[in-house]
Design a protein around this ligand. Structure first.
Ligand SMILES: Nc1ncnc2c1ncn2[C@@H]1O[C@H](COP(=O)(O)OP(=O)(O)OP(=O)(O)O)[C@@H](O)[C@H]1O
Ligand SMILES: [Mg+2]
Length: 239
């Protein structure tokens, strides 16, 4: 349902995303892993419309080209993402953040009702400002914000980072629920336990390129993947 073909993005001299092609099928769940600076967040920005690729094509749904659509237009099509840096709007309350997302789909009265239902389900304090909340609750709001917008696909960028075990468990269960409900999911994640538990198919990036893909066990044995994480020499020795 979402496909990137030969997508590239350069910042100055850095090829942040270098000729990457990948496919996300409807209702399936994928992982994207790779060392720091591999280009994972940049790829998410290109897919979600927060940045434009220099080259390549992105299609969504019935082969519709979307690489020139804005993030807002893509969200309306059902493509949602979370932010790695918790950059939720600091001046809005939790309830307002959720209501704004629900407005992508419906009128204000209904949006507020839907936002209230999801906030209750996620035990989100309706009137709290982000500054008053801890990282666990902020991530929860990010997840809930995507859900109220009734997505067809959600891109999660390191939503477990900085969370306690309990908070991470909560997020994992809710992401699994979202997937069970038929929504396609892509998670960028450094916590391998999360990727192994959630994802059947994993894409591995390093230095902007897609260097491997496959199931968790396949990936773990791949010499290119080992080399990317441990350095070329260690990779060659292990292989
Ligand atoms: N707006 C930008 N301007 C300049 N360089 C950028 C920009 N965004 C990303 N980069 C560079 O592009 C490369 C890929 O960065 P990106 O954030 O996509 O990596 P990542 O895989 O998400 O890393 P991490 O695991 O640390 O989040 C890095 O070298 C980064 O410094
Ligand atoms: Mg990143």
């Amino acid at each position: 349902m979402l496909e990137a073909r030969n997508v590239s993005k350069t910042y100055g001299a850095i090829r942040a995303v270098d000729d990457v092609s990948l496919r996300v099928d409807a209702g399936c769940i994928y992982g994207v892993i790779g060392p720091n600076g591999a280009g994972k967040s940049t790829l998410f920005r290109l897919l979600s419309g927060f940045d434009r690729p220099d080259a390549g094509q992105i299609t969504f749904g019935a082969h519709r080209r979307i690489e020139t659509l804005t993030a807002f237009q893509r969200a309306r099509l059902g493509l949602m993402r979370t932010f790695q840096e918790l950059e939720v709007f600091p001046e809005l309350t939790a309830g307002e953040i959720l209501t704004t997302a629900a407005l992508l789909r419906t009128s204000l009265a209904q949006a507020r009702e839907r936002a209230r239902a999801v906030a209750a389900d996620f035990e989100i304090p309706w009137s709290a400002l982000p500054a008053e909340l801890g990282p666990g609750m902020l991530r929860r709001i990010e997840l809930a914000r995507c859900i109220v917008a009734e997505p067809r696909i959600v891109l999660f960028d390191e939503v477990m980072a900085g969370l306690t075990m309990q908070e991470a468990d909560f997020m994992m269960r809710r992401i699994a629920d979202l997937h069970e409900s038929g929504v396609a999911v892509v998670v960028v994640e450094h916590v391998m336990h999360v990727v192994r538990t959630l994802c059947r198919h994993i894409y591995v990036m390093a230095s902007g390129r897609l260097i491997a893909e496959g199931g968790p066990n396949e990936i773990a044995r791949d010499p290119n993947v080992i080399a990317a994480y441990l350095g070329k020499r260690a990779g060659a020795r292990l292989a």
